[in-house]
Write a protein that binds this ligand. Structure first.
Ligand code: ZN
Length: 443
Protein backbone atom coordinates (compact mmCIF):
# COMPACT_ATOMS: atom_id res chain seq x y z
CA UNK A 1 0.00 0.00 0.00
CA UNK A 2 1.40 3.33 -1.05
CA UNK A 3 2.15 5.73 1.79
CA UNK A 4 1.48 9.39 1.55
CA UNK A 5 2.21 12.38 3.73
CA UNK A 6 -0.30 13.04 6.48
CA UNK A 7 -1.68 16.55 6.27
CA UNK A 8 0.02 18.52 9.06
CA UNK A 9 1.28 16.72 12.09
CA UNK A 10 -1.96 15.19 13.26
CA UNK A 11 -1.19 11.67 14.43
CA UNK A 12 -3.36 9.24 12.55
CA UNK A 13 -3.80 7.22 15.76
CA UNK A 14 -5.98 10.02 17.14
CA UNK A 15 -8.02 10.19 13.99
CA UNK A 16 -8.71 6.48 13.86
CA UNK A 17 -9.31 6.47 17.62
CA UNK A 18 -12.16 8.89 17.08
CA UNK A 19 -13.82 6.48 14.73
CA UNK A 20 -14.86 4.34 17.65
CA UNK A 21 -17.10 7.09 18.99
CA UNK A 22 -19.35 6.52 16.03
CA UNK A 23 -20.87 3.42 17.56
CA UNK A 24 -20.61 -0.27 17.02
CA UNK A 25 -20.73 -1.82 13.64
CA UNK A 26 -23.74 -3.89 12.77
CA UNK A 27 -23.03 -7.35 11.57
CA UNK A 28 -25.14 -7.15 8.46
CA UNK A 29 -25.21 -4.28 6.00
CA UNK A 30 -28.78 -5.06 5.08
CA UNK A 31 -29.91 -3.66 8.43
CA UNK A 32 -28.16 -0.39 7.58
CA UNK A 33 -30.33 2.71 7.95
CA UNK A 34 -28.83 5.47 5.88
CA UNK A 35 -29.77 9.02 6.68
CA UNK A 36 -28.28 12.03 4.98
CA UNK A 37 -27.96 15.14 7.13
CA UNK A 38 -29.26 17.54 4.50
CA UNK A 39 -29.17 20.61 6.74
CA UNK A 40 -25.57 20.13 7.75
CA UNK A 41 -24.46 19.50 4.19
CA UNK A 42 -26.24 22.64 2.98
CA UNK A 43 -24.64 24.68 5.74
CA UNK A 44 -21.22 23.36 4.72
CA UNK A 45 -21.81 24.17 1.05
CA UNK A 46 -22.74 27.73 2.04
CA UNK A 47 -19.77 28.03 4.38
CA UNK A 48 -17.32 26.83 1.74
CA UNK A 49 -18.79 29.24 -0.82
CA UNK A 50 -17.67 32.09 1.43
CA UNK A 51 -14.05 31.01 1.01
CA UNK A 52 -13.83 32.68 -2.36
CA UNK A 53 -12.18 35.49 -4.28
CA UNK A 54 -15.44 36.26 -6.08
CA UNK A 55 -18.13 38.75 -5.20
CA UNK A 56 -20.97 36.63 -3.64
CA UNK A 57 -22.82 34.71 -4.92
CA UNK A 58 -19.95 34.17 -7.38
CA UNK A 59 -17.29 31.72 -6.28
CA UNK A 60 -13.69 31.96 -7.46
CA UNK A 61 -11.05 29.58 -6.12
CA UNK A 62 -7.93 29.29 -8.23
CA UNK A 63 -5.59 26.43 -7.47
CA UNK A 64 -2.85 27.18 -4.91
CA UNK A 65 -4.13 30.69 -4.31
CA UNK A 66 -4.37 31.73 -0.66
CA UNK A 67 -8.11 31.13 -0.93
CA UNK A 68 -7.63 27.61 -2.28
CA UNK A 69 -5.26 26.83 0.57
CA UNK A 70 -7.79 28.15 3.11
CA UNK A 71 -10.53 26.03 1.54
CA UNK A 72 -8.30 22.98 1.83
CA UNK A 73 -7.62 23.69 5.50
CA UNK A 74 -11.34 24.06 6.11
CA UNK A 75 -11.91 20.75 4.32
CA UNK A 76 -9.24 18.93 6.34
CA UNK A 77 -10.88 20.13 9.55
CA UNK A 78 -14.27 18.71 8.43
CA UNK A 79 -12.60 15.39 7.57
CA UNK A 80 -10.91 15.18 10.95
CA UNK A 81 -14.21 15.88 12.63
CA UNK A 82 -15.58 12.91 10.70
CA UNK A 83 -12.78 10.74 12.06
CA UNK A 84 -10.90 10.41 8.77
CA UNK A 85 -7.13 10.37 8.30
CA UNK A 86 -6.08 12.99 5.78
CA UNK A 87 -3.07 12.48 3.52
CA UNK A 88 -1.85 14.43 0.54
CA UNK A 89 0.55 14.10 -2.33
CA UNK A 90 3.01 16.44 -4.00
CA UNK A 91 0.58 17.99 -6.45
CA UNK A 92 -1.92 18.68 -3.66
CA UNK A 93 -4.40 15.85 -4.17
CA UNK A 94 -5.88 15.12 -0.75
CA UNK A 95 -7.08 11.76 0.51
CA UNK A 96 -9.40 11.49 3.51
CA UNK A 97 -9.48 7.88 4.52
CA UNK A 98 -11.83 5.67 6.48
CA UNK A 99 -9.84 2.54 7.15
CA UNK A 100 -11.55 -0.71 6.34
CA UNK A 101 -11.26 -3.93 8.29
CA UNK A 102 -8.82 -5.06 5.58
CA UNK A 103 -6.68 -1.94 5.25
CA UNK A 104 -4.39 -3.50 2.64
CA UNK A 105 -7.22 -4.41 0.27
CA UNK A 106 -7.82 -2.16 -2.76
CA UNK A 107 -9.54 1.09 -1.84
CA UNK A 108 -12.99 2.38 -2.83
CA UNK A 109 -12.65 6.03 -3.83
CA UNK A 110 -15.02 8.92 -4.24
CA UNK A 111 -14.53 12.66 -4.54
CA UNK A 112 -14.15 15.58 -6.90
CA UNK A 113 -12.61 19.08 -6.86
CA UNK A 114 -12.95 22.31 -4.90
CA UNK A 115 -11.25 24.70 -7.30
CA UNK A 116 -13.58 27.03 -9.19
CA UNK A 117 -13.08 29.13 -12.31
CA UNK A 118 -13.51 32.91 -11.97
CA UNK A 119 -17.15 33.85 -11.39
CA UNK A 120 -18.36 30.29 -10.90
CA UNK A 121 -21.04 28.78 -8.65
CA UNK A 122 -21.18 26.85 -5.39
CA UNK A 123 -21.86 23.33 -6.61
CA UNK A 124 -19.48 22.25 -9.37
CA UNK A 125 -17.04 19.81 -7.74
CA UNK A 126 -18.21 20.79 -4.26
CA UNK A 127 -21.20 18.41 -4.35
CA UNK A 128 -18.82 15.51 -5.02
CA UNK A 129 -16.39 16.44 -2.24
CA UNK A 130 -18.75 17.56 0.54
CA UNK A 131 -21.42 15.11 -0.65
CA UNK A 132 -18.79 12.36 -0.46
CA UNK A 133 -17.93 13.44 3.07
CA UNK A 134 -21.59 13.39 4.09
CA UNK A 135 -21.99 9.96 2.46
CA UNK A 136 -19.15 8.68 4.65
CA UNK A 137 -20.65 10.30 7.76
CA UNK A 138 -24.03 8.76 6.95
CA UNK A 139 -22.40 5.34 6.61
CA UNK A 140 -20.65 5.79 9.94
CA UNK A 141 -23.88 6.86 11.64
CA UNK A 142 -25.61 3.80 10.23
CA UNK A 143 -23.04 1.54 11.88
CA UNK A 144 -21.66 0.28 8.59
CA UNK A 145 -18.14 -1.07 8.80
CA UNK A 146 -16.25 -1.23 5.49
CA UNK A 147 -13.99 -4.11 4.59
CA UNK A 148 -12.22 -2.08 1.89
CA UNK A 149 -11.03 1.33 3.02
CA UNK A 150 -13.09 4.24 1.66
CA UNK A 151 -11.15 7.25 0.47
CA UNK A 152 -12.54 10.69 -0.21
CA UNK A 153 -10.42 12.51 -2.79
CA UNK A 154 -9.99 16.19 -3.38
CA UNK A 155 -8.32 16.54 -6.77
CA UNK A 156 -6.02 19.45 -7.49
CA UNK A 157 -6.95 21.84 -10.29
CA UNK A 158 -9.73 20.12 -12.16
CA UNK A 159 -10.24 23.49 -13.81
CA UNK A 160 -7.61 24.59 -16.32
CA UNK A 161 -7.73 28.23 -15.16
CA UNK A 162 -4.21 28.61 -13.85
CA UNK A 163 -2.02 26.26 -15.86
CA UNK A 164 -4.11 25.84 -19.00
CA UNK A 165 -4.58 22.12 -18.40
CA UNK A 166 -7.60 20.61 -16.66
CA UNK A 167 -7.56 17.69 -14.21
CA UNK A 168 -3.96 18.29 -13.23
CA UNK A 169 -4.21 16.18 -10.06
CA UNK A 170 -5.95 13.20 -11.61
CA UNK A 171 -3.71 13.30 -14.70
CA UNK A 172 -0.63 12.90 -12.49
CA UNK A 173 -2.35 10.40 -10.22
CA UNK A 174 -3.23 8.20 -13.19
CA UNK A 175 0.12 8.60 -14.95
CA UNK A 176 -1.55 10.41 -17.88
CA UNK A 177 0.77 13.38 -17.32
CA UNK A 178 4.44 12.83 -16.51
CA UNK A 179 6.10 14.74 -13.65
CA UNK A 180 8.55 16.21 -16.19
CA UNK A 181 5.78 17.73 -18.28
CA UNK A 182 4.01 18.93 -15.13
CA UNK A 183 7.14 20.71 -13.98
CA UNK A 184 7.16 22.68 -17.23
CA UNK A 185 3.72 24.18 -16.56
CA UNK A 186 3.75 27.92 -15.99
CA UNK A 187 0.86 30.29 -15.18
CA UNK A 188 0.21 33.58 -16.95
CA UNK A 189 2.37 35.48 -14.46
CA UNK A 190 5.32 33.20 -15.14
CA UNK A 191 5.07 31.23 -11.89
CA UNK A 192 5.77 27.53 -12.37
CA UNK A 193 3.65 24.73 -10.94
CA UNK A 194 6.77 23.67 -9.02
CA UNK A 195 7.07 27.09 -7.41
CA UNK A 196 3.43 27.49 -6.43
CA UNK A 197 2.90 23.97 -5.13
CA UNK A 198 5.96 24.24 -2.88
CA UNK A 199 4.77 27.63 -1.65
CA UNK A 200 1.37 26.13 -0.86
CA UNK A 201 3.14 23.51 1.25
CA UNK A 202 3.04 20.51 -1.10
CA UNK A 203 6.67 19.49 -1.06
CA UNK A 204 6.60 15.77 -1.78
CA UNK A 205 8.16 14.66 -5.10
CA UNK A 206 5.79 14.66 -8.09
CA UNK A 207 7.27 11.24 -8.94
CA UNK A 208 5.35 9.79 -5.99
CA UNK A 209 1.92 11.03 -7.10
CA UNK A 210 1.12 8.26 -9.57
CA UNK A 211 -0.86 5.33 -8.19
CA UNK A 212 -0.80 1.86 -9.65
CA UNK A 213 -3.71 0.07 -11.26
CA UNK A 214 -4.13 -2.08 -8.17
CA UNK A 215 -4.67 0.79 -5.72
CA UNK A 216 -8.39 1.39 -6.27
CA UNK A 217 -11.08 -1.24 -6.35
CA UNK A 218 -13.50 1.33 -7.75
CA UNK A 219 -14.00 5.07 -8.00
CA UNK A 220 -17.37 6.89 -8.05
CA UNK A 221 -17.81 10.63 -8.57
CA UNK A 222 -20.97 12.53 -7.65
CA UNK A 223 -21.41 15.71 -9.71
CA UNK A 224 -24.00 18.19 -10.89
CA UNK A 225 -24.96 17.44 -14.49
CA UNK A 226 -23.84 20.82 -15.91
CA UNK A 227 -26.44 20.29 -18.60
CA UNK A 228 -30.26 20.45 -18.78
CA UNK A 229 -31.22 16.84 -19.58
CA UNK A 230 -32.12 15.53 -16.11
CA UNK A 231 -34.20 18.60 -15.34
CA UNK A 232 -35.99 18.39 -18.70
CA UNK A 233 -36.79 14.72 -18.16
CA UNK A 234 -37.72 15.35 -14.50
CA UNK A 235 -35.21 12.70 -13.47
CA UNK A 236 -33.56 12.94 -10.05
CA UNK A 237 -30.45 10.98 -11.03
CA UNK A 238 -28.26 10.12 -13.98
CA UNK A 239 -25.84 7.22 -14.08
CA UNK A 240 -22.97 8.02 -16.39
CA UNK A 241 -21.92 5.23 -18.70
CA UNK A 242 -19.34 7.11 -20.76
CA UNK A 243 -17.38 10.34 -20.51
CA UNK A 244 -16.71 12.45 -23.59
CA UNK A 245 -13.21 13.76 -23.92
CA UNK A 246 -12.02 17.02 -25.37
CA UNK A 247 -9.19 17.67 -27.76
CA UNK A 248 -8.05 21.25 -27.95
CA UNK A 249 -6.07 23.12 -30.55
CA UNK A 250 -4.77 26.60 -31.19
CA UNK A 251 -4.83 28.00 -34.72
CA UNK A 252 -2.76 30.95 -35.87
CA UNK A 253 -3.82 32.44 -39.18
CA UNK A 254 -1.35 34.82 -40.84
CA UNK A 255 -2.48 36.94 -43.77
CA UNK A 256 -1.49 40.43 -44.80
CA UNK A 257 -2.62 43.64 -43.15
CA UNK A 258 -3.14 47.01 -44.76
CA UNK A 259 -5.25 50.13 -44.94
CA UNK A 260 -8.99 49.41 -45.06
CA UNK A 261 -9.38 51.98 -47.80
CA UNK A 262 -6.18 51.57 -49.73
CA UNK A 263 -5.95 47.81 -49.98
CA UNK A 264 -8.27 46.66 -52.75
CA UNK A 265 -10.25 43.45 -52.51
CA UNK A 266 -8.38 41.42 -55.16
CA UNK A 267 -5.13 42.00 -53.26
CA UNK A 268 -6.33 40.99 -49.84
CA UNK A 269 -5.17 38.16 -47.65
CA UNK A 270 -7.57 38.90 -44.82
CA UNK A 271 -6.78 36.64 -41.86
CA UNK A 272 -10.20 37.14 -40.27
CA UNK A 273 -12.09 36.12 -43.43
CA UNK A 274 -10.00 32.94 -43.53
CA UNK A 275 -10.74 32.41 -39.83
CA UNK A 276 -14.46 32.84 -40.48
CA UNK A 277 -14.36 30.09 -43.11
CA UNK A 278 -12.40 27.83 -40.81
CA UNK A 279 -14.85 28.38 -37.93
CA UNK A 280 -17.78 27.39 -40.15
CA UNK A 281 -15.86 24.34 -41.39
CA UNK A 282 -15.33 23.35 -37.73
CA UNK A 283 -19.03 23.74 -37.01
CA UNK A 284 -19.84 21.66 -40.04
CA UNK A 285 -17.40 18.91 -39.08
CA UNK A 286 -19.24 18.38 -35.80
CA UNK A 287 -22.74 18.79 -37.28
CA UNK A 288 -22.16 16.32 -40.07
CA UNK A 289 -20.66 13.55 -37.91
CA UNK A 290 -24.03 11.82 -37.71
CA UNK A 291 -24.06 11.74 -33.90
CA UNK A 292 -25.50 14.16 -31.37
CA UNK A 293 -22.47 13.56 -29.12
CA UNK A 294 -20.10 15.34 -31.52
CA UNK A 295 -19.48 18.95 -30.52
CA UNK A 296 -16.90 21.50 -31.63
CA UNK A 297 -16.45 25.04 -30.36
CA UNK A 298 -14.29 28.02 -31.24
CA UNK A 299 -14.41 30.02 -28.03
CA UNK A 300 -11.59 32.50 -28.56
CA UNK A 301 -10.90 34.61 -31.64
CA UNK A 302 -8.21 37.29 -31.24
CA UNK A 303 -7.86 39.65 -34.18
CA UNK A 304 -4.71 41.70 -34.91
CA UNK A 305 -4.22 44.56 -35.11
CA UNK A 306 -7.88 44.94 -34.12
CA UNK A 307 -8.42 48.39 -35.61
CA UNK A 308 -11.58 49.51 -37.35
CA UNK A 309 -9.73 50.71 -40.47
CA UNK A 310 -7.12 47.98 -40.74
CA UNK A 311 -7.30 44.68 -42.64
CA UNK A 312 -6.74 41.89 -40.10
CA UNK A 313 -3.26 40.44 -40.54
CA UNK A 314 -3.35 37.77 -37.88
CA UNK A 315 -6.01 35.79 -36.00
CA UNK A 316 -5.61 33.36 -33.12
CA UNK A 317 -8.38 30.81 -32.63
CA UNK A 318 -8.96 28.06 -30.11
CA UNK A 319 -10.80 24.85 -30.88
CA UNK A 320 -12.40 22.52 -28.35
CA UNK A 321 -13.74 19.33 -29.91
CA UNK A 322 -15.40 16.51 -28.00
CA UNK A 323 -17.09 13.22 -28.59
CA UNK A 324 -17.87 9.98 -26.79
CA UNK A 325 -16.33 8.06 -29.69
CA UNK A 326 -12.65 8.52 -30.37
CA UNK A 327 -13.10 7.41 -34.00
CA UNK A 328 -15.78 10.00 -34.65
CA UNK A 329 -13.74 12.71 -33.00
CA UNK A 330 -10.70 11.76 -35.07
CA UNK A 331 -12.82 11.81 -38.24
CA UNK A 332 -14.03 15.32 -37.41
CA UNK A 333 -10.45 16.37 -36.77
CA UNK A 334 -9.44 15.02 -40.18
CA UNK A 335 -12.24 17.02 -41.83
CA UNK A 336 -11.05 20.17 -40.05
CA UNK A 337 -7.49 19.47 -41.15
CA UNK A 338 -8.59 19.19 -44.80
CA UNK A 339 -10.48 22.47 -44.47
CA UNK A 340 -7.44 24.15 -42.93
CA UNK A 341 -5.29 23.20 -45.91
CA UNK A 342 -7.79 24.17 -48.57
CA UNK A 343 -8.70 27.52 -46.95
CA UNK A 344 -5.02 28.42 -46.58
CA UNK A 345 -4.33 27.58 -50.23
CA UNK A 346 -7.42 29.35 -51.56
CA UNK A 347 -6.86 32.55 -49.60
CA UNK A 348 -3.07 32.70 -49.68
CA UNK A 349 -2.73 32.75 -45.92
CA UNK A 350 -0.84 30.41 -43.60
CA UNK A 351 -2.77 28.54 -40.93
CA UNK A 352 -0.64 26.96 -38.23
CA UNK A 353 -2.22 24.41 -35.95
CA UNK A 354 -0.97 23.47 -32.51
CA UNK A 355 -2.34 20.56 -30.52
CA UNK A 356 -2.86 21.53 -26.88
CA UNK A 357 -4.19 18.19 -25.67
CA UNK A 358 -6.20 15.24 -26.93
CA UNK A 359 -7.54 12.83 -24.35
CA UNK A 360 -9.37 9.63 -25.15
CA UNK A 361 -13.00 9.30 -24.01
CA UNK A 362 -13.75 6.72 -21.31
CA UNK A 363 -16.32 4.00 -20.89
CA UNK A 364 -17.54 3.53 -17.33
CA UNK A 365 -16.99 0.18 -15.60
CA UNK A 366 -20.05 -2.13 -15.75
CA UNK A 367 -19.59 -3.28 -12.14
CA UNK A 368 -19.62 0.28 -10.79
CA UNK A 369 -22.57 1.24 -13.00
CA UNK A 370 -24.35 -1.84 -11.67
CA UNK A 371 -23.61 -0.88 -8.05
CA UNK A 372 -25.13 2.55 -8.71
CA UNK A 373 -28.13 0.99 -10.45
CA UNK A 374 -28.79 -1.36 -7.53
CA UNK A 375 -28.48 1.50 -5.06
CA UNK A 376 -31.08 3.55 -6.98
CA UNK A 377 -33.38 0.52 -7.03
CA UNK A 378 -32.93 -0.06 -3.30
CA UNK A 379 -34.07 3.49 -2.55
CA UNK A 380 -36.76 3.40 -5.26
CA UNK A 381 -35.20 6.31 -7.10
CA UNK A 382 -35.60 6.71 -10.85
CA UNK A 383 -32.54 7.33 -12.99
CA UNK A 384 -31.45 7.56 -16.61
CA UNK A 385 -28.24 6.31 -18.16
CA UNK A 386 -26.35 9.16 -19.71
CA UNK A 387 -23.15 10.48 -21.21
CA UNK A 388 -21.01 13.03 -19.44
CA UNK A 389 -20.33 15.73 -21.98
CA UNK A 390 -18.13 17.68 -19.67
CA UNK A 391 -14.93 15.97 -18.63
CA UNK A 392 -14.13 15.25 -15.02
CA UNK A 393 -11.39 13.77 -12.89
CA UNK A 394 -13.18 10.44 -13.40
CA UNK A 395 -12.03 10.49 -17.03
CA UNK A 396 -8.43 10.14 -15.84
CA UNK A 397 -9.25 7.92 -12.87
CA UNK A 398 -10.69 5.49 -15.43
CA UNK A 399 -7.11 4.82 -16.62
CA UNK A 400 -6.26 3.20 -13.27
CA UNK A 401 -9.60 2.21 -11.72
CA UNK A 402 -13.07 0.95 -12.59
CA UNK A 403 -15.05 4.21 -12.62
CA UNK A 404 -18.59 5.50 -12.90
CA UNK A 405 -20.29 8.81 -12.16
CA UNK A 406 -23.59 9.86 -10.64
CA UNK A 407 -25.24 13.07 -11.84
CA UNK A 408 -27.87 15.19 -10.14
CA UNK A 409 -29.87 17.93 -11.89
CA UNK A 410 -28.84 21.55 -11.81
CA UNK A 411 -31.25 24.37 -12.56
CA UNK A 412 -31.50 25.17 -16.29
CA UNK A 413 -28.33 23.15 -16.77
CA UNK A 414 -26.37 26.23 -15.67
CA UNK A 415 -22.82 25.73 -14.46
CA UNK A 416 -19.65 27.81 -14.31
CA UNK A 417 -21.72 30.87 -13.44
CA UNK A 418 -22.84 32.41 -10.13
CA UNK A 419 -26.48 31.31 -10.46
CA UNK A 420 -25.51 27.63 -10.69
CA UNK A 421 -27.96 25.80 -8.41
CA UNK A 422 -28.77 22.27 -7.26
CA UNK A 423 -31.65 21.77 -4.84
CA UNK A 424 -31.02 20.36 -1.34
CA UNK A 425 -33.42 17.49 -2.18
CA UNK A 426 -31.50 16.56 -5.32
CA UNK A 427 -28.19 16.74 -3.49
CA UNK A 428 -29.59 14.58 -0.69
CA UNK A 429 -30.73 11.90 -3.17
CA UNK A 430 -27.33 11.93 -4.82
CA UNK A 431 -25.53 11.54 -1.50
CA UNK A 432 -27.87 8.76 -0.42
CA UNK A 433 -27.22 6.74 -3.58
CA UNK A 434 -23.51 7.49 -3.35
CA UNK A 435 -23.40 6.24 0.25
CA UNK A 436 -25.30 3.08 -0.64
CA UNK A 437 -22.96 2.49 -3.58
CA UNK A 438 -19.81 3.00 -1.51
CA UNK A 439 -21.20 0.55 1.03
CA UNK A 440 -21.84 -2.12 -1.57
CA UNK A 441 -18.42 -1.65 -3.18
CA UNK A 442 -16.55 -1.57 0.14
CA UNK A 443 -18.39 -4.42 1.85
ZN1 ZN B 1 -16.51 19.87 -11.85
Amino acid sequence: MKRRTPSTGKPSKNASGRENIQGRALTSNTTMKLQVDRGRLQAEIEELAKISDGEPPAVTRIVFSETDVRAREWFIQRCWEAGLDVDRDGVGNMFARWNGSEPDAPVVGTGSHLDAIPNAGKYDGVVGVLGGLEAIRALKRSGFQPKHSIELLLFTSEEPTRFGIGCLGSRLLSGTLTPDLARRLVDKDGASLEEVRLKAGFVEPLEDVELGRDYYKAFVELHIEQGPLLEKQKMPLGIVTSIAAPASFRFTIEGAGGHAGGMLMPDRKDALCAAAELILAIENAAKSSGAIDSVATVGICDVFPGAVNSVPSRVNLTLDIRDTSLERRDAAMRAIEAARQSIAAKRGVTIREELVNADAPAQCAPEVVEALTQSCAKHKLAFVSMVSRAYHDSLFMSRIAPVAMLFIPCRNGYSHRPDEYASPEDIERGVLVLAETLASLAA
